[in-house]
Design a protein. Structure first.
Length: 252
């Protein structure tokens, strides 16, 4: 069970300012003592995360004025920086990562960023350092996929036709990667690169389940692009389930 439930109140401008340093901070903090080792997880448990929005009204998504390549883009693009389900109040795209795990399940080998309907899919993703960041284009128009580690350009691939695939570049270190399209200025995506595979992103109901967690007590970091970051601890018993309850919202 999580040591406590949290409430997070962060001014928008403060969250934006903090995000500028996220890439370097994430690369320095929370690393395990040595390289990650793949091993069988005995009596592994799960961590269930529930992220809910507090405050009224529940924010609604706004339609983006997609005025570049409007024949294809206009009417298809909705804001993604804060997506809340009106029924469950679940917050989509909250990243939670577990700290200090140096041995456990195998990580994914790659993350694919898809240019589709003038947006990146997924909008928020997670990957482990050493995996590939790839990209593809499903739109019949020109896109660029241009990720940055902080202010450092990671790659910049220009798509000129539908169905094209960029084979990828290895994510060498933990950090926050911000992805832009140099053609369509509203397009953004984020990739949190961690030093172990125990990280994930909440779904449309604000729920995330991290599996095959070795028994123990772990620090966690929760991050959202607009609501900021918070930390806590979670206990995972052998074969059991730890729970992280996040209550996020505006300034009261």
């Amino acid at each position: 069970m999580s040591t406590s439930s949290f409430r997070l109140s962060i001014l928008l401008f403060a969250a934006l300012a903090a995000s500028c340093g996220d890439a370097d901070r994430l690369s320095r903090e929370g690393r395990s003592s040595g390289p990650y080792e793949i091993a069988d997880v005995v009596d592994g448990g799960t961590v269930r995360v529930v992220a809910t929005y507090r405050g009224d009204p529940v924010p609604a998504r706004r339609r983006i004025d997609a005025n570049i390549n409007a024949l294809h883009c206009k009417g298809k693009v909705l804001s993604e920086e804060l997506v809340v389900d009106s029924a469950s109040r679940g917050i989509r795209n909250v990243v939670v990562r577990l700290e200090g795990i140096s041995r456990g399940k195998a990580p994914g080998r790659e993350l694919m960023l898809i240019n589709r309907d003038c947006s990146f899919h997924p909008h928020v993703g997670v990957a482990m350092a050493g995996s590939l960041l790839k990209a593809s284009n499903e739109d019949p128009l020109t896109h660029s996929t241009h990720p940055y580690y902080g202010d450092r350009s990671f790659f910049n691939y220009q798509f000129v036709r539908e169905g094209e695939v960029y084979p990828g570049r290895k994510l060498a270190e933990p950090g926050l990667v911000t992805v832009k399209c140099d053609v369509h200025n509203w397009m953004r995506a984020y990739v949190v690169v961690h030093d172990n595979p125990y990280a994930g992103v909440t779904d449309a109901d604000g729920v995330l389940v991290i599996g095959e967690v070795p028994p123990g007590s772990y620090g966690y970091v929760a991050w959202h692009e607009k609501l900021g970051e918070l930390r806590g601890t979670v206990e995972v018993a052998a074969g059991g389930q730890g729970e992280i309850l996040l209550s996020l919202g505006p300034v009261e």
